[in-house]
Structures are given as C-alpha cells and as structure tokens.
Design a protein around this ligand. Structure first.
Ligand code: FMN
Length: 246
C-alpha cells in the first residue's frame, strides 16, 4: 500500500483518502440477488490486508504524506477524535452508502457528535443519501465542510453519460441556490443547526425499499411481498402517527 500511495504522490495527487470502513466485506443482498461476485472475493489477500489496517498504519502513512490526509468511513466521535489527534486533515463521515454494516447509523445522525468532537481542527466531509440540493444544505447546516455524492453520479451516468452528470450537478446547484433564497440566507456560512428540525417520516417503510429486486422475481412473488410488508415496522409507525393525530 505504501508504494501505491508514494506513486500517487509522485504523480501529483493533491490528497490521499484512506477508506477505513472495509475491515470486512458487507453482506450486500442486492448484489447477492443479482448474482454479482465482487472481484475482491476472487482472492483473499486484500480482505486480510484491510482487516489488519490499524491506527499505527495511519501514523506511518501520515509521516510521509505531505498533502491532506483524509480518513473515509468514520462514524463515531471517538474515532474522529483519534484521527484528529494523529494529524489527519479531514474526517470523512461515511457508512459506505449503507453498503457495509447493515443497520448502521445514518451519517446525518452521526454528523453532529463528530462535528462537536472535531471542534474545527479538521475538515469534515459527509456522504450517504445526498440526492437533492436540500440534502447538501442539511449537511452543511450540521457542520460539514463538504458533501460526497456516490449513487447520484452513478444514476446520472447510467441515464445519459457524461452530459447527464454535468446536468445533474446543474440541477443540484439550482436546488441549493433556490433553497438558500427560501431559507433567507445569502452565504453557506450562515447555515447552522437551527435551520433544521427533526420529524418523523411521513411515508410508511416498505419492504421493497430494502429489497427492490423482489418484484423482479429475485425473491418472494409480488403477492407475498405485500403480506410480508404488512408485518413490518411501517405499520407500527402508521399506528403511531394515527394515534398522535387522533
Ligand atoms: C458502486 C459503488 C462502489 C463503491 N466503491 C467504493 C470504494 O471502492 N471505496 C470507497 O471508499 N467507497 C466506495 N463506495 C462508497 C461511496 O464512496 C460512498 O461512500 C457512498 O456511495 C455514498 O453514499 P451515496 O451513494 O448514498 O451517495 C462505493 C459506492 C458504490 C455505489
């Protein structure tokens, strides 16, 4: 790994980002349903290697990396604190787009405690479900310096290639500018947590949101999906909302 990083530095890379939430490979049920076999599973060397990665490796890499060092995959204040103490320049709050630890906390929920722990000593990037301009503003209001976009780029690229990716960014930019105007702010720096309030989701959770391929015949037949979904916590939520409104 050191030789790869050193080559990147020689080529003039302006930052080095270490992904640290891949100690093991998540059980990715969408991939399993599609019969996708990740290349990483062809050999086990890289798996063992990633599991062995620890804070001493961060120290060693920090000692020779003369550009900003980013730790991607931080999800707790404790790890953010250790990273900053070891001289990391940027804490990248991420749960790998939910692709690794199933049921892990949403990054937008983890962000406030991490912002508090870092206390301005490092930049903070966050990703996970950033799909609209308002999502960008929510992250910045909670103290992120920047956001990362994963699947949105993939969706745009798949829909229409490079031009669609450019168009996607134009749309997100337009959404950001309009939302700022409607919030009454003229600078991103004016955003703060007081612009946000947490609410309960209005829509019921739905089995297919977790298993979107079931309707396509990868799992239970469509008739059974509805029955299964009725047993899900969405009903509990719907009942709670009903009770609250009555
Ligand atoms: C197809 C795909 C491949 C990814 N590969 C990597 C990877 O090799 N390294 C990494 O750190 N994150 C990887 N990620 C995670 C993204 O960098 C990012 O954290 C995540 O997609 C953000 O969530 P979002 O897709 O909801 O925007 C990948 C994500 C996707 C969808």
């Amino acid at each position: 790994m050191d030789s790869t990083i050193k080559r990147a530095l020689e080529f003039g890379y302006r930052a080095i980002c270490l992904t640290v939430d891949r100690a093991a490979y998540g059980r990715r049920e969408r991939d399993l349903a599609k019969g996708h076999r990740p290349t990483v599973h062809v050999g086990h060397a890289s798996e063992t290697f990633q599991a062995a990665f620890n804070w001493d490796d961060v120290d060693r890499i920090r000692s020779y990396v003369n550009v900003p060092l980013i730790l991607k995959g931080i999800s707790t204040a404790e790890d953010a604190e250790i990273g900053v103490a070891r001289g990391v320049d940027c804490i990248y709050v991420s749960n790998h787009g939910g692709r690794q630890l199933d049921h892990s906390q949403g990054t937008i929920s983890a962000l406030p405690e991490i912002v508090a722990a870092v206390g301005g000593r490092a930049e903070i990037i966050v990703d996970g479900g950033i799909l609209r301009g308002t999502d960008v503003l929510k992250a910045l209001a909670l103290g992120a310096t920047a956001v990362g976009i994963g699947r949105l780029q993939g969706i745009a690229l798949g829909a229409g290639g490079e031009g669609a990716v450019v168009r996607m960014f134009e749309i997100v930019e337009d959404e950001i500018v309009r939302a700022m105007a409607l919030l009454g702010v003229t600078k991103l720096a004016e955003l703060n947590p007081h612009y946000l309030t947490s609410v309960e989701p209005l829509a019921r959770t739905w089995l297919e949101s977790a298993f979107p391929l079931m309707r396509e015949g990868y799992g239970a037949p469509a008739s059974e999906i509805r029955e299964l979904s009725l047993a899900l916590p969405g009903d509990v939520l719907a009942q709670r909302v009903k009770t609250r409104n009555s």
